[in-house]
Design a protein around this ligand. Structure first.
Ligand SMILES: [Zn+2]
Length: 82
């Protein structure tokens, strides 16, 4: 009773392709969430368009305010809770 697992991969023709793309920032193992026409990483916040050539980076909303660009989430913030 060898049943093939269905759902993990999508077979297109005779090519086996992953249904989810891995995050270029986090590396393989971290997959991007599939949205309507874009993918996004829930870990680092990376997002890319499915049909677009390059992901559109949101510009700073406030013009007069100059804030230093801070990373959204550190990869491993292990601070000792004292
Ligand atoms: Zn990521």
């Amino acid at each position: 009773m060898a049943k093939a697992r269905v759902g993990l991969y999508s077979v297109q023709g005779d090519a086996l392709s992953r249904t989810h793309k891995s995050c270029p920032k986090c590396g393989p193992g971290v997959f991007l969430a599939e949205h309507g026409n874009r993918r996004s990483c829930g870990r680092c916040g990376y997002s890319e368009s499915k049909g677009g050539p390059a992901p559109k980076v949101k510009p700073a909303k406030s013009v007069g305010e100059s804030k230093p660009a801070t990373p959204r989430s550190p990869p491993a913030a292990s601070s000792p809770a004292a």
